[in-house]
Design a protein around this ligand. Structure first.
Ligand code: DLL
Length: 435
């Protein structure tokens, strides 16, 4: 039985990882300085030369990179190799703005497969598994990323891509898939369609799910685990760094191990740019140290998390990042109070509601309003009008206690919120249209 566990890296003593990072960082910085005018200019402006970057302690001297830099140099301005050496392009449009493009050499794809193979292995995948990939295939990195990792392990890959949920259910059942890869919101939708067809978790063979690409709470995790009868693992990544596989969860399910031999992670204060100590919440910043085509330096992800280096019961020594609780640009400021959609999700699921919800934010007469729309089950829906009003009141009170702001609650009939086949849209911020 084959897996893809690399204890020489994954459980390496800290000194070994640091030595590897020092060597790879200084080589990467030199290479981009010599090959990418954008980095050379930025470093010159900051008064830094490659000779100044010898170890990871020098990292803070380098300027940050931002999504806007990718837009300004669109399409190929940040590539560090000639286009003829690039064998794959991926792109991401994001929710707003112009799309960004990244490139991979043959070796970059090998590195990527390795990162995802480690993630799948940590979730128990071997060459005997059937891996059902419902992340979208195409320019989005989810589908081909998961696919490459499964292939590296030698598992049987089912490249379904996203969409046509009825067919997903048939394939899961008929092919006997044991591992599901998709966004957590789509996993929940697949589960709904499974049950709507009269089946249960006993009719499928899934044992693990590798879910990521969007924020999700532990309450959502338990819901998916219960409905699909599997263990749900988190996986993190972003197009600009490599795609899925930057960090992955192990059996302990208390955060994700960063593939530190390929990426250096820092946590910074998003307002001042100052590097924060381990254990402090801040914005995650990544530096690629093995990528050839697109080795981005100190990339500001806007994801908010915490990193910790405590001992993990799985034996891995790779630093752990918490589930990103959201993005700096997802955080809603309602009448001065910071609210993350993930906090609302926690309350909804704890109170027994579905994870089919949407948050509508608006502004009238300079007063922000927030409305939480959530679907209720068929049983609750058949309750009396007074019963429903009571429920809405109770939920509003629970939200007020947790968030510190008053939210309007609207209970919706089952199946009224559009289902996601990829990243779920949780927030509709009408204020943006007013600005
Ligand atoms: O979402 C890559 C990916 C594909 C990751 C499949 C995991 C699984 P982008 O489309 O560029 O890439 O979006 C990256 O998604 O900055 C986070 O805000 C968010 N994100 C990704 N994984 C997680 C996660 C892919 N596990 C952006 N938890 C990132 C929370 C996540 N947010």
């Amino acid at each position: 039985m084959e897996r893809y566990y690399q204890p020489e890296i994954e459980t390496a003593p800290r000194e070994k990882i640091v030595a590897l990072q020092n060597e790879r960082l200084s080589a990467t910085v030199r290479r981009v300085y010599e090959n990418v005018p954008f980095y050379r200019n930025k470093m010159e402006q900051a008064g830094v030369t490659p000779d100044d970057i010898r170890t990871i302690d020098d990292l803070h001297k380098l300027p940050f990179s931002y999504k806007q830099d990718l837009r300004d140099t669109y399409p190929y301005g940040l590539f560090a190799v000639p286009l003829k050496d690039v064998v794959r392009l991926h792109a991401s449009s994001g929710t707003t703005g112009k799309q960004i493009v990244v490139g991979y050499t043959r070796n970059d794809l090998e590195v990527w497969d390795e990162c995802v193979a480690r993630a799948l292995t940590a979730a128990g995948c071997t060459d005997e598994d059937i891996v059902h990939v419902s992340y979208g295939y195409g320019l989005f990195t989810g589908g081909l990323g998961a696919d490459g990792g499964a292939k590296r392990i030698g598992a049987t890959t089912v490249p379904v891509s996203s969409g046509n949920t009825q067919r997903q259910v048939t394939i899961l059942k008929d092919f006997g898939s044991t591992i599901l890869c998709c966004t957590p919101s789509y996993a929940l939708h697949i589960a709904e369609v499974l049950y709507a067809n009269g089946y249960t978790k006993d009719d499928i063979k899934l044992k693990a799910g590798i879910f990521g690409a969007e924020p999700w709470t532990n309450e959502m995790r338990r819901k998916i685990e219960e409905m699909l009868g599997l263990t749900a693992y988190d996986i993190y990544g972003l197009t600009e760094i490599i795609g899925p596989g930057v960090a992955f969860e192990c059996k302990e399910q208390t955060g994700m191990h960063v593939n530190e031999d390929h990426f250096i992670v820092e946590v910074i204060d998003p307002d001042t740019g100052e590097v924060l100590p381990e254990g402090t919440q801040g914005e995650l910043v990544f530096t690629c140290i093995t990528k050839e085509a697109f080795p981005i330096l100190r990339y500001r992800t806007r994801d908010i998390g915490v990193i910790t280096r405590g001992k993990c019961s799985c034996g891995r020594t790779l630093v752990k990042m918490t589930k990103p609780r959201g993005r700096t640009d997802d955080m809603l400021i309602i009448r001065g109070v910071n609210v993350f959609p993930s906090q609302i999700e926690t309350v909804l699921l704890e109170k027994g509601y579905t994870a089919n919800y949407q948050i509508v934010v608006d502004r009238a007469n300079n007063f922000d309003s927030i409305e939480v729309q959530v679907e209720i089950s068929n049983e609750i829906f058949s309750d009396t009008v007074r019963g429903l009003a009571e429920r809405a009141k109770e939920l509003a009170a629970a939200l007020k206690t947790l968030l510190g702001v008053t939210a309007k609650v609207t209970l919706l009939e089952p199946n009224s919120i559009p289902r996601s086949e990829g990243k779920a849209v949780r927030v509709i911020d009408k204020r943006k249209l007013l600005d």
